[in-house]
Design a protein around this ligand. Structure first.
Ligand code: NAP
Length: 268
């Protein structure tokens, strides 16, 4: 019987399973997955070698950790037996906008509930997941959780009151970076490059700059200043960014995403 159970076997569950298996954090046989229709669970099991559980009971029986990885809208209609079948287990939810208090109503007997917000680079093991728990985790649970989340990148514990802010920065952030990259590509085309050249130059520049920031752990402003000579080409471009209030645009973008996240959490 699986020690780690996934309820839901879509993109997010796949990303976590791939990471766990790649890092040998679990044997495939120790992981099980269940979905109501069975369709994606069968596919995930076939692809990765984990167990496809045909019943919720068999999936959860021996599991110590249960990952809730269906869509937030599925929570209300999920099998009500999850309330008792998760008794004494650590429940990890990846459901956007579902608060710890709301999750506790569905998993009242869980030994602790973790609300997490992964982001899409999780699919290649390069995500960052923010998380909070409703009960302080004991040392063993903290270790289990961190091992699980590190399978898809890095993790950061935050108080629940910061989850909407985190959502706006790292949850939505990949889309903002993709939009910036697309804008850089379009600008490249506008100043004379072929589209495929501009696409490659923009993507490699974003990738390399991200790696440089991560590798040096330097403030981005410091790295920016290093490549900006007084009155040079980068300086000329940055002056336009400042004049057009680039930072103000990003601030408004993140504030709108946070406000929407708060709205969705209230309705959830
Ligand atoms: N994708 C991301 O980048 C991302 C980022 C952050 C958070 N999340 C969160 O991750 C969660 C899953 O997203 P996803 O992109 O992985 O979704 P997805 O690919 O659409 O997968 C949804 C899964 O839920 C299963 N399911 C549907 N109804 C169910 C039920 N009643 N009981 C059990 N399983 C059920 C589906 O099974 P069948 O297909 O077999 O019916 C499918 O495996 C969401 O809550 C989302 O907020 C995702």
């Amino acid at each position: 019987m699986p020690k780690l159970a996934f309820i839901g076997a879509g993109r997010m569950a796949s990303a976590i399973v791939d990471g766990l298996i790649a890092q040998k954090a679990y044997e495939p046989n120790d992981i099980g997955c269940f979905t109501a229709s069975g369709n994606s669970a069968a596919g995930l099991a076939r692809r990765t070698g984990i167990r496809h559980c045909f019943t919720l009971d068999s999936c959860l029986e021996d599991a110590s950790i249960v990952v809730i990885a269906f869509k937030p809208q599925h929570l209300a209609s999920a099998d009500p037996r999850l309330a008792t079948l998760t008794s004494g287990k650590l429940v990890l939810s990846v459901l956007a906008a579902k608060t710890l208090a709301r999750l506790r109503t569905s998993f009242p007997e869980a030994r602790a509930i973790v609300r997490s917000m992964p982001n899409t680079p999780a699919a290649i093991g390069a995500g960052i997941t923010g998380w909070c728990s409703d009960i302080p985790l004991n040392a063993d649970d903290r270790m289990l959780l961190i091992r699980l989340l590190r399978a898809i990148g890095s993790e950061m514990e935050v108080p629940e009151k910061q989850i909407d802010a985190l959502m706006a920065v790292s949850g939505c952030g990949p889309a903002f970076v993709f939009e910036f990259t697309a804008a850089l590509r379009e600008a490249g085309v506008a100043v004379g490059l072929e589209r495929d050249q501009a696409q490659r130059l923009a993507v490699e520049t974003v990738l390399g700059s991200g790696r440089l920031m991560a590798r040096t752990q330097a403030e981005p402003e410091m790295l920016r200043n290093q490549v900006t000579s007084p009155n040079g080409t980068t300086f000329a471009g940055l002056q336009v960014m400042a004049a057009r209030d680039f930072r103000g645009t990003i601030l408004a973008t993140v504030m709108a995403a946070k406000a929407r996240s708060e709205e969705l959490s209230r309705d959830a």
